[in-house]
Design a protein around this ligand. Structure first.
Ligand SMILES: NC(=O)c1ccc[n+]([C@@H]2O[C@H](COP(=O)([O-])OP(=O)(O)OC[C@H]3O[C@@H](n4cnc5c(N)ncnc54)[C@H](O)[C@@H]3O)[C@@H](O)[C@H]2O)c1
Length: 344
Protein backbone atom coordinates (compact mmCIF):
# COMPACT_ATOMS: atom_id res chain seq x y z
CA UNK A 1 0.00 0.00 0.00
CA UNK A 2 1.06 3.58 -0.52
CA UNK A 3 0.44 5.19 2.87
CA UNK A 4 0.61 8.79 4.06
CA UNK A 5 1.47 8.99 7.77
CA UNK A 6 0.70 12.35 9.36
CA UNK A 7 2.49 13.18 12.62
CA UNK A 8 5.44 11.07 11.47
CA UNK A 9 7.89 12.99 13.66
CA UNK A 10 5.88 12.28 16.79
CA UNK A 11 6.26 9.73 19.57
CA UNK A 12 4.19 7.09 17.75
CA UNK A 13 4.76 8.18 14.14
CA UNK A 14 8.54 7.94 14.32
CA UNK A 15 8.20 4.22 15.17
CA UNK A 16 5.24 3.51 12.89
CA UNK A 17 6.81 4.65 9.61
CA UNK A 18 9.82 2.27 9.70
CA UNK A 19 7.56 -0.56 10.90
CA UNK A 20 5.22 -0.11 7.91
CA UNK A 21 8.18 0.09 5.54
CA UNK A 22 9.63 -3.11 7.00
CA UNK A 23 6.25 -4.73 6.22
CA UNK A 24 6.53 -3.75 2.57
CA UNK A 25 4.41 -0.59 2.48
CA UNK A 26 5.48 2.51 0.60
CA UNK A 27 5.37 5.29 3.20
CA UNK A 28 5.39 9.05 2.88
CA UNK A 29 5.54 10.88 6.19
CA UNK A 30 4.44 14.40 6.96
CA UNK A 31 4.75 16.67 9.98
CA UNK A 32 5.19 20.31 10.84
CA UNK A 33 7.99 19.50 13.24
CA UNK A 34 6.93 21.04 16.56
CA UNK A 35 9.07 18.59 18.56
CA UNK A 36 11.93 18.23 16.08
CA UNK A 37 14.43 19.51 18.65
CA UNK A 38 14.02 16.31 20.65
CA UNK A 39 15.66 12.97 19.75
CA UNK A 40 16.41 10.89 22.82
CA UNK A 41 18.42 7.99 21.37
CA UNK A 42 19.46 6.34 18.15
CA UNK A 43 18.81 2.74 17.31
CA UNK A 44 19.95 1.59 13.92
CA UNK A 45 17.78 -1.55 13.95
CA UNK A 46 14.52 0.38 14.26
CA UNK A 47 15.81 3.07 11.95
CA UNK A 48 17.11 0.97 9.11
CA UNK A 49 14.86 3.10 6.89
CA UNK A 50 13.25 6.55 6.91
CA UNK A 51 10.20 7.50 4.85
CA UNK A 52 10.07 10.20 2.22
CA UNK A 53 9.07 13.34 4.05
CA UNK A 54 6.79 16.34 3.45
CA UNK A 55 7.37 19.23 5.84
CA UNK A 56 3.90 20.78 6.12
CA UNK A 57 1.17 21.86 8.48
CA UNK A 58 -1.87 19.61 8.48
CA UNK A 59 -4.08 22.63 7.82
CA UNK A 60 -2.39 23.24 4.47
CA UNK A 61 -3.11 19.83 2.92
CA UNK A 62 -5.19 19.88 -0.24
CA UNK A 63 -6.91 17.22 -2.29
CA UNK A 64 -4.04 17.34 -4.78
CA UNK A 65 -1.50 16.47 -2.06
CA UNK A 66 -3.43 13.32 -1.24
CA UNK A 67 -3.82 11.94 -4.75
CA UNK A 68 -2.19 8.57 -5.36
CA UNK A 69 -2.31 7.29 -1.77
CA UNK A 70 -4.17 4.08 -0.89
CA UNK A 71 -4.40 5.00 2.78
CA UNK A 72 -3.86 7.78 5.30
CA UNK A 73 -2.87 7.18 8.92
CA UNK A 74 -3.74 10.41 10.66
CA UNK A 75 -1.94 11.26 13.90
CA UNK A 76 -0.87 14.92 13.51
CA UNK A 77 -2.75 16.71 16.28
CA UNK A 78 -2.10 18.49 19.55
CA UNK A 79 -1.73 15.26 21.36
CA UNK A 80 -2.90 15.49 24.95
CA UNK A 81 -5.23 17.03 27.50
CA UNK A 82 -2.93 19.79 28.84
CA UNK A 83 -2.23 21.00 25.28
CA UNK A 84 -5.94 21.13 24.61
CA UNK A 85 -6.79 22.94 27.84
CA UNK A 86 -4.05 25.48 27.18
CA UNK A 87 -5.90 26.81 24.14
CA UNK A 88 -9.21 25.02 23.47
CA UNK A 89 -10.08 27.09 20.37
CA UNK A 90 -6.78 26.25 18.71
CA UNK A 91 -7.20 22.60 19.65
CA UNK A 92 -10.60 22.62 17.93
CA UNK A 93 -9.18 24.25 14.85
CA UNK A 94 -6.25 21.81 14.44
CA UNK A 95 -7.62 18.60 15.92
CA UNK A 96 -11.22 18.81 14.77
CA UNK A 97 -11.17 21.20 11.80
CA UNK A 98 -7.80 20.06 10.42
CA UNK A 99 -8.57 16.37 10.79
CA UNK A 100 -12.02 16.48 9.18
CA UNK A 101 -10.66 18.57 6.34
CA UNK A 102 -7.85 16.08 5.79
CA UNK A 103 -10.34 13.20 5.68
CA UNK A 104 -12.58 15.09 3.25
CA UNK A 105 -9.67 15.82 0.93
CA UNK A 106 -8.49 12.23 1.22
CA UNK A 107 -11.92 10.98 0.18
CA UNK A 108 -12.09 13.40 -2.74
CA UNK A 109 -8.61 12.30 -3.85
CA UNK A 110 -9.73 8.66 -3.96
CA UNK A 111 -7.89 7.42 -0.83
CA UNK A 112 -9.79 4.29 0.22
CA UNK A 113 -8.72 3.83 3.86
CA UNK A 114 -8.39 6.38 6.66
CA UNK A 115 -6.99 5.23 10.00
CA UNK A 116 -7.56 7.74 12.76
CA UNK A 117 -5.75 7.62 16.11
CA UNK A 118 -8.47 8.45 18.60
CA UNK A 119 -8.15 7.94 22.35
CA UNK A 120 -9.75 6.07 25.25
CA UNK A 121 -9.84 9.47 26.97
CA UNK A 122 -13.20 9.96 25.17
CA UNK A 123 -14.65 7.83 28.01
CA UNK A 124 -13.61 10.49 30.52
CA UNK A 125 -15.17 9.46 33.79
CA UNK A 126 -16.52 5.93 33.99
CA UNK A 127 -18.27 4.05 36.78
CA UNK A 128 -15.46 1.49 37.02
CA UNK A 129 -17.33 -1.02 34.82
CA UNK A 130 -15.66 -2.10 31.59
CA UNK A 131 -16.47 0.40 28.84
CA UNK A 132 -16.93 -0.90 25.32
CA UNK A 133 -17.00 0.85 21.96
CA UNK A 134 -20.80 1.02 22.42
CA UNK A 135 -20.64 2.77 25.79
CA UNK A 136 -21.55 6.46 25.89
CA UNK A 137 -18.58 8.79 25.67
CA UNK A 138 -18.01 11.37 28.40
CA UNK A 139 -15.11 13.58 27.29
CA UNK A 140 -13.74 15.91 29.99
CA UNK A 141 -11.31 18.05 27.99
CA UNK A 142 -11.10 19.93 24.68
CA UNK A 143 -8.69 17.24 23.44
CA UNK A 144 -11.14 14.44 24.18
CA UNK A 145 -14.15 16.40 22.87
CA UNK A 146 -12.29 16.89 19.56
CA UNK A 147 -11.61 13.15 19.32
CA UNK A 148 -15.37 12.46 19.58
CA UNK A 149 -16.17 15.15 16.99
CA UNK A 150 -13.64 13.80 14.48
CA UNK A 151 -15.01 10.29 14.95
CA UNK A 152 -18.56 11.57 14.34
CA UNK A 153 -17.78 13.71 11.30
CA UNK A 154 -15.34 11.39 9.56
CA UNK A 155 -17.69 8.46 10.10
CA UNK A 156 -20.28 10.36 8.06
CA UNK A 157 -17.91 10.46 5.09
CA UNK A 158 -17.81 6.65 4.87
CA UNK A 159 -19.13 5.10 1.68
CA UNK A 160 -18.37 2.31 -0.78
CA UNK A 161 -15.00 3.77 -1.68
CA UNK A 162 -13.93 5.41 1.61
CA UNK A 163 -13.41 3.37 4.78
CA UNK A 164 -12.51 5.21 7.95
CA UNK A 165 -11.51 3.26 11.07
CA UNK A 166 -11.11 4.75 14.55
CA UNK A 167 -8.51 3.42 16.97
CA UNK A 168 -9.21 4.55 20.52
CA UNK A 169 -5.75 4.10 21.97
CA UNK A 170 -5.06 3.62 25.65
CA UNK A 171 -2.40 5.89 27.12
CA UNK A 172 0.89 4.90 25.54
CA UNK A 173 4.22 4.10 27.19
CA UNK A 174 7.59 2.85 26.06
CA UNK A 175 10.73 4.04 24.37
CA UNK A 176 10.68 6.19 21.25
CA UNK A 177 13.41 8.52 19.99
CA UNK A 178 10.77 11.27 19.84
CA UNK A 179 10.21 10.65 23.51
CA UNK A 180 7.31 11.94 25.54
CA UNK A 181 7.82 12.33 29.29
CA UNK A 182 4.36 13.87 29.69
CA UNK A 183 2.55 10.51 29.68
CA UNK A 184 2.15 8.69 32.92
CA UNK A 185 4.43 5.64 32.84
CA UNK A 186 7.23 7.40 30.95
CA UNK A 187 7.03 10.32 33.36
CA UNK A 188 7.21 8.12 36.45
CA UNK A 189 10.08 6.10 34.98
CA UNK A 190 12.01 9.29 34.20
CA UNK A 191 11.44 10.55 37.75
CA UNK A 192 12.51 7.22 39.22
CA UNK A 193 15.72 7.22 37.18
CA UNK A 194 16.72 10.83 37.66
CA UNK A 195 15.56 11.51 41.25
CA UNK A 196 15.13 8.02 42.75
CA UNK A 197 11.76 9.24 44.00
CA UNK A 198 8.18 8.96 42.88
CA UNK A 199 6.15 11.29 45.05
CA UNK A 200 2.52 11.15 44.02
CA UNK A 201 0.33 13.95 45.32
CA UNK A 202 -2.87 12.09 44.44
CA UNK A 203 -4.07 8.80 45.90
CA UNK A 204 -3.63 7.13 42.48
CA UNK A 205 -7.06 5.46 42.49
CA UNK A 206 -8.22 6.39 38.93
CA UNK A 207 -8.25 3.66 36.31
CA UNK A 208 -6.00 4.24 33.34
CA UNK A 209 -5.59 1.63 30.58
CA UNK A 210 -2.08 1.59 29.13
CA UNK A 211 -0.64 0.24 25.90
CA UNK A 212 2.92 0.02 24.61
CA UNK A 213 3.71 2.37 21.73
CA UNK A 214 4.76 -0.59 19.53
CA UNK A 215 1.42 -2.30 20.20
CA UNK A 216 -0.32 0.85 18.93
CA UNK A 217 1.84 0.61 15.80
CA UNK A 218 0.78 -3.02 15.40
CA UNK A 219 -2.90 -2.04 15.71
CA UNK A 220 -2.44 0.60 13.01
CA UNK A 221 -0.68 -1.85 10.71
CA UNK A 222 -3.44 -4.42 11.24
CA UNK A 223 -6.11 -1.77 10.53
CA UNK A 224 -4.37 -0.95 7.24
CA UNK A 225 -4.01 -4.57 6.19
CA UNK A 226 -7.37 -5.99 7.39
CA UNK A 227 -10.15 -6.89 4.96
CA UNK A 228 -12.40 -3.88 4.44
CA UNK A 229 -15.41 -5.56 6.06
CA UNK A 230 -13.69 -5.94 9.41
CA UNK A 231 -12.70 -2.29 9.72
CA UNK A 232 -15.18 -0.20 7.68
CA UNK A 233 -16.66 2.50 10.01
CA UNK A 234 -15.46 0.54 13.04
CA UNK A 235 -14.23 1.83 16.36
CA UNK A 236 -11.65 -0.28 18.23
CA UNK A 237 -10.38 0.28 21.74
CA UNK A 238 -6.64 -0.42 21.51
CA UNK A 239 -5.06 -2.20 24.45
CA UNK A 240 -5.57 -5.29 26.58
CA UNK A 241 -8.09 -6.06 29.33
CA UNK A 242 -5.23 -6.99 31.65
CA UNK A 243 -3.67 -3.56 31.15
CA UNK A 244 -6.39 -1.59 32.94
CA UNK A 245 -4.30 -0.30 35.84
CA UNK A 246 -4.93 2.07 38.68
CA UNK A 247 -2.46 4.95 38.51
CA UNK A 248 -1.06 3.81 41.86
CA UNK A 249 -0.29 0.34 40.42
CA UNK A 250 1.57 1.95 37.53
CA UNK A 251 3.72 3.81 40.05
CA UNK A 252 4.35 0.54 41.93
CA UNK A 253 5.45 -1.30 38.75
CA UNK A 254 7.84 1.51 37.96
CA UNK A 255 9.22 1.72 41.51
CA UNK A 256 9.82 -2.07 41.47
CA UNK A 257 11.75 -1.80 38.24
CA UNK A 258 14.03 1.02 39.43
CA UNK A 259 15.97 -0.29 42.43
CA UNK A 260 16.38 2.15 45.29
CA UNK A 261 13.44 4.28 44.18
CA UNK A 262 11.21 5.53 47.02
CA UNK A 263 7.49 5.65 46.30
CA UNK A 264 5.06 7.78 48.26
CA UNK A 265 1.34 8.01 47.56
CA UNK A 266 -0.66 11.14 48.38
CA UNK A 267 -4.18 11.51 49.62
CA UNK A 268 -5.84 14.07 47.34
CA UNK A 269 -8.49 12.97 44.86
CA UNK A 270 -6.39 14.47 42.02
CA UNK A 271 -7.44 13.87 38.46
CA UNK A 272 -11.13 13.15 37.83
CA UNK A 273 -10.47 11.20 34.61
CA UNK A 274 -10.91 7.51 35.28
CA UNK A 275 -11.95 4.81 32.84
CA UNK A 276 -11.69 1.05 32.67
CA UNK A 277 -11.98 -0.28 29.17
CA UNK A 278 -12.85 -3.54 27.41
CA UNK A 279 -10.54 -4.58 24.59
CA UNK A 280 -12.49 -7.68 23.58
CA UNK A 281 -13.52 -6.29 20.19
CA UNK A 282 -10.06 -5.58 18.80
CA UNK A 283 -8.82 -9.04 19.79
CA UNK A 284 -11.91 -10.64 18.24
CA UNK A 285 -12.29 -8.60 15.08
CA UNK A 286 -8.95 -7.13 13.97
CA UNK A 287 -6.96 -9.90 12.31
CA UNK A 288 -3.41 -10.26 13.60
CA UNK A 289 -3.70 -7.92 16.59
CA UNK A 290 -2.42 -8.79 20.05
CA UNK A 291 -0.38 -6.90 22.62
CA UNK A 292 3.21 -8.04 22.94
CA UNK A 293 4.01 -5.81 25.93
CA UNK A 294 2.84 -5.10 29.45
CA UNK A 295 3.63 -2.23 31.80
CA UNK A 296 6.36 -4.11 33.69
CA UNK A 297 8.17 -4.86 30.41
CA UNK A 298 7.74 -1.24 29.39
CA UNK A 299 9.32 0.02 32.61
CA UNK A 300 12.22 -2.41 32.13
CA UNK A 301 12.68 -1.22 28.54
CA UNK A 302 12.87 2.40 29.70
CA UNK A 303 15.40 1.57 32.42
CA UNK A 304 17.56 -0.17 29.80
CA UNK A 305 17.41 2.85 27.47
CA UNK A 306 18.11 5.37 30.26
CA UNK A 307 21.08 3.30 31.37
CA UNK A 308 22.41 2.87 27.81
CA UNK A 309 22.35 6.62 27.05
CA UNK A 310 23.24 7.76 30.59
CA UNK A 311 20.11 9.91 30.76
CA UNK A 312 20.36 12.75 33.26
CA UNK A 313 17.92 15.26 34.71
CA UNK A 314 18.65 17.74 31.92
CA UNK A 315 17.64 15.15 29.35
CA UNK A 316 14.51 14.24 31.27
CA UNK A 317 13.49 17.89 31.68
CA UNK A 318 14.29 18.87 28.08
CA UNK A 319 11.38 20.89 26.75
CA UNK A 320 10.86 18.91 23.52
CA UNK A 321 10.00 15.77 25.51
CA UNK A 322 7.05 17.54 27.18
CA UNK A 323 4.68 18.66 24.44
CA UNK A 324 3.19 21.71 26.17
CA UNK A 325 6.60 23.00 27.30
CA UNK A 326 7.93 22.86 23.73
CA UNK A 327 4.92 24.66 22.22
CA UNK A 328 5.18 27.39 24.87
CA UNK A 329 8.87 27.72 24.01
CA UNK A 330 8.15 28.03 20.27
CA UNK A 331 5.57 30.76 20.99
CA UNK A 332 7.75 32.61 23.53
CA UNK A 333 10.71 32.64 21.15
CA UNK A 334 8.40 33.82 18.35
CA UNK A 335 9.23 30.87 16.12
CA UNK A 336 5.51 30.18 15.70
CA UNK A 337 2.57 32.56 15.92
CA UNK A 338 -0.37 32.17 18.28
CA UNK A 339 -2.04 29.81 15.80
CA UNK A 340 1.09 27.64 15.76
CA UNK A 341 2.05 28.47 12.21
CA UNK A 342 5.82 28.86 11.72
CA UNK A 343 6.76 32.50 11.24
CA UNK A 344 9.70 31.75 8.93
N1 LIG B 1 0.64 8.91 22.99
C1 LIG B 1 -0.52 8.55 23.55
O1 LIG B 1 -0.60 8.15 24.74
C2 LIG B 1 -1.78 8.59 22.74
C3 LIG B 1 -2.92 7.96 23.25
C4 LIG B 1 -4.10 8.04 22.52
C5 LIG B 1 -4.13 8.70 21.31
N2 LIG B 1 -3.00 9.28 20.83
C6 LIG B 1 -3.08 10.01 19.56
O2 LIG B 1 -2.10 9.51 18.66
C7 LIG B 1 -1.60 10.58 17.85
C8 LIG B 1 -0.09 10.63 17.95
O3 LIG B 1 0.28 10.77 19.32
P1 LIG B 1 1.78 11.00 19.76
O4 LIG B 1 1.88 10.58 21.17
O5 LIG B 1 2.70 10.44 18.75
O6 LIG B 1 1.83 12.60 19.72
P2 LIG B 1 3.05 13.59 19.40
O7 LIG B 1 2.69 14.89 19.98
O8 LIG B 1 4.33 12.96 19.81
O9 LIG B 1 3.04 13.65 17.82
C9 LIG B 1 2.13 14.43 17.09
C10 LIG B 1 2.87 14.95 15.88
O10 LIG B 1 1.95 15.73 15.13
C11 LIG B 1 2.60 16.89 14.70
N3 LIG B 1 1.58 17.95 14.53
C12 LIG B 1 0.81 18.51 15.49
N4 LIG B 1 0.04 19.47 14.96
C13 LIG B 1 0.33 19.50 13.62
C14 LIG B 1 -0.13 20.29 12.54
N5 LIG B 1 -1.04 21.27 12.70
N6 LIG B 1 0.38 20.06 11.30
C15 LIG B 1 1.29 19.07 11.10
N7 LIG B 1 1.80 18.31 12.11
C16 LIG B 1 1.31 18.53 13.36
C17 LIG B 1 3.61 17.25 15.78
O11 LIG B 1 4.68 18.03 15.26
C18 LIG B 1 4.05 15.87 16.25
O12 LIG B 1 5.23 15.44 15.63
C19 LIG B 1 -2.29 11.86 18.33
O13 LIG B 1 -3.39 12.13 17.51
C20 LIG B 1 -2.74 11.47 19.72
O14 LIG B 1 -3.87 12.22 20.11
C21 LIG B 1 -1.82 9.23 21.52
Amino acid sequence: MKVLVTGVEGYIGSLLAPLLMQHGHEVVGTDTGFYRDGWLFSDSKTYSCFPRFINRDLRHFTEKDLAGFDAVVHMAELSNDPLGQNNPALTHSINHGGSVNLALNAKRAGVSRFVYTSSCSVYGVGSGDFLTEESPVNPQTAYAVCKTLVERDVNELADESFSPVFLRNSTAYGASPRMRFDIVLNNLAGLAWTTKKIAMTSDGTPWRPLVHVMDICTAIRCALEAPRDSIHKQIFNVGDNAANYRVREIAEFVADEFPGCALSIGSSAGDNRSYRVSFDKIHRQLPGFSCAWDAKMGAAQLREVFSRIGMDKTGFDFRAFTRLKQLKHLIATKQVDDDLFWRF
